[in-house]
Each structure stands twice: as C-alpha cells, then as structure tokens.
Ligand binder design. Structure first.
Ligand code: IMP
Ligand code: MG
Length: 181
C-alpha cells in the first residue's frame, strides 16, 4: 500500500514548507540574538518542523523535548496528559515552544501553564500550522505561524492520523473515508 493514496489533496508542498520555515528561522535568529533560547519540541508531531527550523537558526540555543497527548484519532478528548517533563531548568530562560498545529489550543494552554511554573524569562510559541477558527482558549497567541489553514484534518510533515502519515514530506488533506471508518 502507498500512503500517498489516502491523501485527498496536497495543501502545502515541500518547497513551500521549506521556504516558510527558513523565513521563521531567520526571524527567530534575529529576535533571540544573545538570548540563548531553549527550543522545546512537542513530541511527536513537531519533530519535522523542529528539525527543519533549528538547522537554519544560527544563534546558540538548547533543545528540550516534551511529550503531551490530548488527541485520540481525529477528535480532541479535551484532556491533556504530560508524559515527559523538561530535564533542564527553565528558570530565567527564554523559552520557545515548537508545535506542529494549534487547533482548539487546549493542549498548548495546559503545557504553557506547566512551563510558567518553572519561571522562565519569557515564553513564545511557534506553530507550523494554525487553525484559528477552532480555538477554544484565549491565552494562546503564537508569535510565529507557518501557515494559517482552514478547518480540515491534515497529515504529513510530522502530523499523524492514528500514528500514520508522519513521514509524508508535505501537508496533505486526509480523505474523509480514512478517518470516518
Ligand atoms: P489542540 O489541543 O486542539 O490545539 O490540539 C493540538 C494537537 O492536536 C496537535 O498538536 C496535533 O497533535 C493534533 N491535531 C489537531 N489538528 C490536527 C490535524 O488536522 N491533523 C493531525 N493532528 C491534529
Ligand atoms: Mg502536537
């Protein structure tokens, strides 16, 4: 089976992704000059965005990985579990959270609250994709957004449906019959 056959349409191709991510890398490099930020990658979906973003940032930075889960299939349970917490101290550090997609914002809102307790100097969010029409919280305003997208279920470039499709090199709209099965 070829996973490309489950895609209804390509929403953002690899070239468009790389071009936009490079722009954000440059922006972060200049905004965080001399700030030695901690880049927090939210596993697993943000891994592709994180890797492409960081390879073009030219200032010193540190990596941290955090795992939270809130989604089961294509619908949010509204419940957020933190499965892994940062190993380095975030106190007085400039934190940048890297997210794959912000949908309701419930996941990030919960993660941000946990981070705030660690007393960082600042917290900003970058998300590759944003679905603002679906937002249910008002404390999540990403500083760097790759692409604002319509309310469609998308996969690829790290994003999954039931753990599949993360390895597609583009962002694609999944065929309805796949997630309605
Ligand atoms: P939120 O808490 O509703 O903002 O959910 C955010 C998380 O849900 C993301 O980090 C993704 O893991 C997942 N998610 C939301 N929309 C999509 C989608 O269209 N495709 C794949 N995963 C999604
Ligand atoms: Mg995610």
């Amino acid at each position: 089976m070829n996973i490309n056959n489950d895609i209804k349409a390509v929403l953002i191709n690899k070239e468009e992704l790389e071009k936009r991510i490079l722009e954000i890398s440059k922006q972060i490099s200049s905004d965080y000059l001399d700030k030695n930020p901690v880049m927090i990658c939210l596993l697993k979906g943000s891994i592709s965005y994180f890797a492409h973003l960081c390879e073009h940032i030219y200032i010193p930075l540190e990596y941290e990985f955090l795992r939270a889960s809130s989604y089961h299939g294509a619908t949010s349970s509204g419940e957020v579990k933190l499965l892994h917490v940062p190993t380095i101290s975030l106190k007085n550090r400039h934190v940048i959270i890297i997210e794959d997609i912000i949908d309701t914002g419930i996941t990030l809102s919960a993660i941000k609250k946990v981070m705030m307790e660690m007393q960082p100097a600042s917290i900003e969010i970058t998300t590759l994709l944003d679905k603002p029409s679906r937002r249910q919280v008002n404390d999540i305003v990403p500083k760097y957004v790759g692409f604002t997208i319509p309310d469609e279920f998308v996969v690829g470039f790290g994003l999954d449906f039931n753990e599949k499709y993360r390895n597609l090199p583009y962002i694609g709209i999944l065929k309805e019959e796949i997630y309605q099965k």
